[in-house]
Design a protein around this ligand. Structure first.
Ligand SMILES: Cc1ncc(COP(=O)(O)O)c(C=O)c1O
Length: 434
């Protein structure tokens, strides 16, 4: 039996009704590795990486650079997989940088982002010799100018601007609007230009914007390219800063629900590239490189979270609460932005989903839930609830709330089952206590 497009590419249902990922029985994996369990399908991750690389080549953006935004999910194996597919890597902290270096990612292929990078993190990025620091505000720029004064070779930076473009996404994940905490407002660009003109230790290579996440309409990106190009013209003509690239960030949506259709990556990238090329011609600019930073769309669909049903509670006139052994500490998205998911029972994936239930997390917060008003096949104690599209912004935001060890993450393909991250032990919970 086949499953919808929200499940990993290799997901199927076996004749006995069990959910399979890359041929592995999820019920058996749950028994062997315990629950909650995150299972990542390697083929889906690689396919998504290749989709971006192919999209760039197909439209003629042959020198485009695709950075995987590590904040969506980062560990050694993931860094290695995306790097092996030819993607560069974006980090947002010294910790992510250290992990990327540990995983063997070439520092030249790393960019560092963040609205509040600490002086220490900037030093770490400078020392590692990363590809570029994406500067977010004037204080950071002043600090970097001071830190790089007297360098023999100028250090590459990009500047992040807020193009003030509205997006069709949740307010918590909009970042390109004027009031966002991220990036330079357009009116500060002349100040940036004037400062960089007299900053021999820095080399401005690109202008950057990231508009937000889970954006279905790539026209938003296309519109932002025009705004960015106007700033490139000003920075080149007035301040003689030889910008080489426009970095349009990440943000393309994924389908979490069966009725959703994610934007086509080939068409979206082509539309961005076309706008960039046309804009360069219109403004009399040389050909500029396109840079992209997808995170969610690389890893979200690959991940399936598997929880064990522990109990339930009837509620008069409302759906029954079904209690599972994970929740907001491994996936805070439902609580944080009301995120909705598709789910099946992994051990009875072929059964008719004829009961509408609410799936409660195990954490001691009234607001902790994973699913609301979702149809499942009358879950009972011991059943396994599998949540599709759980790969992005789940484990990377996980915590030890209530002193619950964070779950195992597996990376599977048809040949192998690899533990990417082992389940924390109780001893891990006090390993840092002093
Ligand atoms: C600067 C930047 N680039 C890229 C991304 C990745 O976005 P997404 O995961 O929606 O593709 C983010 C996410 O917030 C970001 O802040």
């Amino acid at each position: 039996m086949s499953l919808s497009h929200v499940w990993p590419k290799t997901a199927t249902i076996a004749p006995n009704g069990h959910l399979l990922i890359a041929g592995h029985d999820v019920t058996e994996l749950a028994a062997q590795y315990d629950t909650p369990l995150y299972i990542f399908d390697e083929l889906t991750i690689r396919t998504m990486c290749q989709a971006y690389m192919h999209a760039c080549r197909a439209c003629g953006a042959t020198d485009a650079v695709v950075h995987y935004a590590g904040k969506a999910l980062l560990n050694t194996a993931i860094a290695q997989v995306v790097h092996s597919e030819g993607l560069a890597l974006d980090v947002v902290s010294g910790g992510e940088l250290a992990l990327a270096l540990h995983a063997g990612v070439d520092p030249h292929h790393i960019h560092m982002h963040g609205n509040a990078k600490t002086p220490r993190e900037l030093d770490e990025a400078l020392t590692a010799g990363i590809g570029a620091i994406v500067v977010d505000n004037l204080d950071e720029l002043h600090l970097l100018i001071a830190k790089t004064a007297g360098r023999a070779m100028p250090f590459a930076i990009q500047i992040r601007v807020t193009p003030d473009i509205a997006t069709d996404t949740h307010v918590h994940i909009q970042t390109g609007h004027y009031a966002s905490k991220f990036g330079f407002p357009i009116e500060q660009i002349p100040q940036v230009g004037a400062l960089l003109q007299h900053a021999p230790g820095l080399r401005l290579t690109a202008i950057h914007a990231h508009l937000g996440s889970q954006i279905f309409d790539a026209h938003t990106h296309v519109a932002a390219i025009d705004v960015l190009l106007e700033q490139v013209v000003a920075l080149r003509n007035t301040y003689h800063l030889p910008i080489e690239a426009v970095n349009i960030g990440g943000g393309l949506a994924v389908a979490y629900l069966d009725h959703q259709q994610p934007p086509d990556i080939t068409a979206s990238v082509a539309a961005m590239w076309y706008q960039l090329q046309q804009g360069c011609v219109r403004h009399g600019l040389p050909r500029l490189r396109l840079e992209l930073e997808p995170g969610r769309s690389i890893v979200a669909r690959a991940g399936v979270a598997v929880y064990r049903v522990i109990g339930s509670k009837p509620v008069r006139d409302l759906p029954r609460w079904v209690h599972v052994d994970g929740g907001m500490a491994d996936n805070i998205r439902p609580v944080l932005y009301g995120a909705k998911y598709t789910a099946v029972l992994a051990n009875r994936a072929d059964a008719v989903a004829d009961e509408v239930v609410n799936v409660a997390g195990r954490y001691c917060e009234s607001g902790d839930f994973l699913l609301k008003d979702v149809a499942l096949a009358r879950p009972v104690v011991g059943d396994l609830v599998a949540l599709a599209v759980s790969g992005a912004y789940t484990l990377s935001m996980a915590s030890n709330y209530n002193m619950v060890p964070r779950p195992t993450a597996l990376l599977v393909n048809h040949e192998t089952i690899r533990v990417m991250r082992r389940r924390e032990s109780y001893a891990d919970l006090w390993r840092m206590d002093a």
